[in-house]
Design a protein around this ligand. Structure first.
Ligand code: SF4
Length: 443
């Protein structure tokens, strides 16, 4: 996982080194490895790993199916709970979810490699092709609109199509996938897997995607409500960044997600010019993905700055370790106060922070880090949406994922409880589709 030596002074890495740095971080299991890992599972009754999975995949059953050679059945078990089980097998923080809950930890052993096994089963199923694994119910005669072809929107669309509805997805970008396609580190999603997974998901039929169409510019909530029987908003991270400081307008003060998107959409990453000194601001997985990728592109110094301690970071310990082993310097307890430079950023100035009476406060002590690229990976808030109740910058929903407007549902990163996890977005979309179906059938 470590970096190979690179050319001095951040002058850049050789193309072959860059290709190597962006190869699959966790290569897939062989069939022999999969059977061997599957045999470690105790097939617990009332298994804690299931409860720790946001989509409640029946983990002992799918692992048992791998062990007994029923790979197709194993994928079916996973996909019936989580249609994006392939991406989740690659990108889920399993170390704080299912694998953390695995009973083997309590025996002082390594947990079962649930994520890798899940990935193994689903990827083999997708690669095998053939009929889609789910059959649609009889046509309901209802038409549903989805805004956003990210994990939440596509999960909703798939479940709604399965329930017999016709679905039209409005997607602003020219490609589907949302965070899976544009917002995760390239080394987690190697081999164009996000697109293969969407293609597989659409195999159910009954889902049409309108690309290059966005809410606000090409349609409105009111128009969608008139034309469709129900609407789902899976707007993801479409948001305005709240970090506006003196110097934010300088060239080189950028959004971390935009940086990750550029990386994901550039096939030959050696063509990307990376700055020498990179500063990333934030404590989540997006911050880590941006910092590690900057380093793997050849930046000489990458510093990740977070305003609280390591325990408060939403990036897991595993992600934090990944940053450290890639020579990213983690600076904790500091917040940005301004960016300096003539036209382009040259430095970021921070103030040290501390807890005062339980609240985060600046200490007045400042320090400066040279920076020719600053990537902001923090605090995003949704732009106001016509007539919808917004709380803390997110769409408010009730226990059935219904917004303050009847017939309009929402899920994923855009809702109040949203975390930037694909698995949670998939679960939101699935549950919202079931709720929308109940709403339509009771109308
Ligand atoms: Fe298998 Fe661990 Fe889950 Fe038990 S907790 S069923 S051992 S994966």
């Amino acid at each position: 996982m470590g970096l190979r030596p690179h050319l001095p002074n951040g002058a850049g890495l050789a193309p072959a080194e860059i290709e190597d740095n962006f190869a699959d971080l966790m290569p897939p299991l062989t069939a022999t490895q999969a059977k061997s890992y599957a045999s470690q599972c105790l097939y617990c009754y009332d298994a804690p790993c299931i409860k720790a999975c946001p989509t409640r995949i029946d983990i002992p059953t799918f692992i048992h199916q791998i062990r007994s050679g029923n790979l197709k059945g194993s994928a079916q078990t996973i996909l019936s709970a989580n249609i994006m089980g392939g991406t989740c097998g690659r990108a889920c923080p399993t170390e704080v979810l299912c694998e953390q809950a695995c009973v083997l930890n309590a025996c002082g052993e390594e947990p079962v490699k649930i994520g890798l096994l899940q990935r193994h089963a689903v990827e083999k199923r997708i690669a095998a092709g053939g009929d889609h694994p789910f059959v649609r119910a009889a046509p309901s005669g209802k038409r549903l609109a989805v805004v956003g072809a990210g994990p939440a929107g596509l999960s909703f669309a798939h479940r709604a199509a399965m329930l017999g509805h016709e679905v039209t997805v409005w997607e602003a970008r020219p490609k589907p996938g949302g965070l899976n396609e544009f917002g995760l580190a390239a080394y987690k999603m190697a081999n164009d897997f996000a697109q293969k997974e969407v293609e597989f998901l659409l195999g159910i039929g009954g889902i049409k995607i309108e690309y290059g169409k966005s809410l606000g510019r090409d349609t409105s909530l009111a128009a969608l409500r008139r034309k469709f029987d129900a609407v789902f908003l899976g707007l993801g991270t479409t948001a305005v960044n709240r970090l506006v400081l003196p110097g934010s307008e300088l060239k080189g003060v950028d959004d971390a997600l935009a940086f990750i998107e550029t990386l994901r959409q550039t096939r030959d990453k050696s063509k990307i010019k990376i700055a020498r000194n990179v500063v990333v601001i934030g404590g989540g997985n997006t911050a880590i993905d941006a910092a590690v990728q900057a380093k793997r592109l050849g930046a000489e110094n990458v510093t990740l700055v977070y305003r609280r301690g390591a325990d408060a970071m939403s990036a897991t310990e595993w992600e934090q370790d990944l940053a450290r082993t890639n020579d990213v310097v983690l600076k904790l307890w500091a917040m940005p106060i301004r960016f300096e430079g003539q036209g382009a950023v040259a430095a970021a100035v921070f103030e040290k922070t501390a807890l005062v009476d339980g609240k985060l406060a600046g200490t007045g002590v400042t320090f400066t880090i040279p920076a020719d690229l600053v990537l902001k990976a923090i605090g995003q808030a949704l732009a106001p949406l016509e007539g919808l109740r917004i709380e803390s910058g997110k769409i408010w929903v009730d226990g059935n994922f219904q917004t303050s407007l009847p017939g309009i549902f929402a899920g994923g990163d855009c809702i109040a409880s949203g975390e930037d996890l694909t698995v949670q977005a998939v679960e939101d979309g699935k549950r919202a589709a079931l709720a929308a179906d109940a709403y339509l059938r009771s109308a």
